[in-house]
Design a protein around this ligand. Structure first.
Ligand code: MLT
Ligand code: MN
Length: 318
């Protein structure tokens, strides 16, 4: 299985258009210490020829342009993209669908609730139904990712609920920030090749948004060869402390790399420490997260804890 990190930043990207914070200023001037990042999206393939895109970030058009594996190779109109699968209904997960509107055949996988979001927004009808087939991603069931151009499926996926919240634009006046969802609102995706059986074959997890580590999630991830995981904030209150916003990571539905205190209690590094995962990579990294800066003590601490900080164009193979 081949994977390409198309984008590694959280919603807004790095630099974010309206942020004048130091990290964004450095990224804007091309400082290699503050490498620019587009919003999180992952391409996955069994053979390096046909690809599925996990989350259609608002930057998808530029991501395709930056990724030769996703360029057309056959005839006057074609694309190696066989399908798209979504982990939620946030803008940064689905706005890029609008870039895929030029009558290309592909399969679009999302959970029932995210399909509901798409169905209730008529703008997504630019994905003509005779080209784009919308398919339900069931929870906790392995399904083949079907390629409209090929009979035999080469990749399999299983979606599972993770703690999360409804998309920002659906919060509404009665939204309770203390209550996480743990249903098909926010999911992680487990991917693998072979026969659809999880019998030791190479498998990878893509979890760009997760509000908390639960026992169930820890058990699911234990021993995995590869996990790409929510790296939104370094500390839960960093947006407030830096004067960039009023929300904690918890309020946004994201656990933080270090959690809420200097000891890292409740943070992602601590939560993963005993899980025995071979390769751990942060994605969906917010522009305020100091680990984005290659010369920061936070970057060193993440690497020392056995994590990689994902970057756009990062290629992985299992
Ligand atoms: C998030 O991950 O918290 C969302 O993408 C926020 C947003 O919609 O910008
Ligand atoms: Mn997001």
């Amino acid at each position: 299985m081949k994977l390409i990190v198309l984008g590694s930043a959280a919603g807004g990207g790095f630099p974010q258009w309206n942020s004048n914070a130091e990290g964004c200023r450095r990224a804007r001037t091309g400082d290699p210490v503050a490498l620019s990042r587009t919003q999180t999206s992952l391409a996955v393939s069994a053979d390096g020829r046909r690809w599925f895109v996990l989350n259609a970030a608002p930057d998808l058009r530029a991501q395709i342009q930056a990724t030769p594996a996703l360029w057309p190779t056959a005839g006057l109109r074609s694309s190696p993209i066989a399908g798209v699968a979504l982990t939620g209904g946030d803008v940064d997960a689905l706005a890029g669908l609008l870039d895929l509107r030029e009558r290309h055949r592909f399969n679009l996988y999302a959970t029932r609730s995210v399909l509901g979001v798409l169905a209730s927004n008529r703008i997504f009808e630019v994905l003509a139904p005779d080209c784009v087939t919308r398919l339900a991603l069931p929870l906790d069931q392995t399904i083949a990712l079907a390629d409209p151009e090929r009979d035999a499926p080469a990749l399999f996926v299983r979606a599972f609920a993770v703690p999360g919240k409804v998309p920002l634009y659906l919060e509404g006046p009665n939204f309770d920030p203390e209550k996480y969802t743990e249903d098909d609102t926010t999911v992680g995706l487990e991917l693998w090749q072979d026969n659809g059986r999880k019998d030791g074959g190479a498998h990878a997890f893509f979890i760009p948004g997760c509000a908390a580590m639960t026992e169930r999630l820890a058990a699911r991830l234990a021993g995995a060869p590869l996990v790409l995981f929510d790296g939104t904030l370094w500390t839960d209150d960093e947006m407030i402390r830096l004067g960039l916003g009023a929300k904690t990571g918890r309020r946004m539905g994201h656990m933080s790399v270090m959690g809420s205190d200097a000891n890292g209690t409740g943070g992602t590094i601590a939560a993963f420490r005993a899980l025995g995962i071979a390769r751990k990579i942060f994605v969906h990294i917010n522009n305020s997260n100091p680990m984005l800066l290659a010369d920061s003590s936070e970057r060193r601490a993440a690497l020392a804890a056995g994590w990689d900080v994902g970057h756009d164009g990062m290629e992985l193979e299992l």
